[in-house]
Write a protein that binds this ligand. Structure first.
Ligand code: OGA
Ligand code: MN
Length: 295
């Protein structure tokens, strides 16, 4: 098994040059697991993996999940490969895809362990836009001033599908919200996630709608400040795709977004690896109501 590895940036990202044949070898999978923890996002340039090969890689790394099976527009016959595209033939509900323009972690508003990792491969690209950005939420946490770490140590955040789709829809039509609520939950997640191995990362994104016990605007302002902190250039790797590239990210310690595109030709194939850790729980009704009250 021959491969070449290089870091992408100082605080995030790694690039593996390897052949498709060697991708699922046990020794290499162990290397991928280790680097995923250390680097947050890994790129396999121009791998040109088929769906079967992407699924084999996914299965080697853990248990596959398809948390978008219930998302309107997902193609049930496509099994566990979800197509991220604005092409209406392949994905009938665009707002889920348009939500990827904003910083997020996959699966935060679902009442199940947070997905461990996401695998995305480029099948067709857009003429303009479409680069994907990844921000390292471990590094961003580590670099916070000690005083701020102490201030946020015990805070909890309410994550909602309303917050996730607000920038997509502007005003969210009630029937749309009803449909999304069939798969989503209003989740209470720790702001600072202490993982089973003891490392800590921020758990933030556009879906973060308020902080438990804080007036709505105060909580949202703090969340905005943290999102801006974590998306500073030193924590961000931007991937400019080439056809056939495959990327995997540690969804438990990285937030991501795509540079807006309008091109319906762009098609990405996504598979997801289940997580084991479940830092949060369904939010209490009174905690949710409180973040919508004007102080
Ligand atoms: C995703 C996602 C970004 C992209 O698949 O979860 O956010 O570049 N995709 O399409
Ligand atoms: Mn995503």
């Amino acid at each position: 098994m021959a491969y070449r590895y290089e870091n992408a940036k100082d605080k995030i990202g790694g690039i593996f040059h390897i052949s498709r044949e060697d991708l699922t070898k046990d020794d290499f999978i162990a290397e991928v697991r280790a680097k995923l923890e250390e680097r947050g996002v890994l790129v396999f340039p121009q791998l040109h993996a088929s769906d079967a090969e992407q699924l084999a890689f996914t299965d080697k790394l853990g248990e596959r999940v398809n948390f978008t099976r219930q998302v309107p527009g997902s193609d049930a016959s496509a099994q566990d490969v979800y197509k991220i595209t604005l092409d209406k033939q392949l994905n009938t509900e665009r707002d889920y895809v348009l939500g990827t323009f904003f910083w997020h972690i996959d699966g935060v508003t679902i009442d199940q362990p947070l997905p461990k990792a996401t695998v995305l491969s480029a099948r067709a690209l857009s003429a303009e836009g479409g680069a994907t950005e990844f921000a390292n939420l471990y590094a961003a946490y580590d670099d916070l001033p000690e005083r701020e770490k102490a201030e946020i140590a015990d805070l909890h955040v309410i994550h909602t599908v309303e917050a996730a789709v607000r920038p997509v829809n502007g005003i969210v039509p009630p029937e749309r919200l009803e449909r999304y609520r069939t798969m989503a939950a209003q989740m209470d997640q720790p702001l600072v996630w202490t993982h089973d191995d003891g490392r800590k990362s921020l758990l933030i994104g556009t879906h973060a709608d308020g902080i438990v016990g804080m007036p709505g605007p105060h909580g949202r302002a703090l969340l905005t400040r943290l999102q801006q902190w974590a998306s500073q250039p030193q924590y961000v790797y931007r991937h400019d795709w080439t056809p056939g590239d495959l990327v995997i990210w540690n969804n438990q310690g990285v937030m991501h977004r795509v540079v807006p595109y309008t091109d319906e030709n762009r098609v990405m194939h996504r598979t997801t690896i289940a997580g084991r850790e479940k830092p949060g729980h369904v939010a209490r009704g009174e905690d949710i109501e409180a973040i919508y009250v004007m102080p």
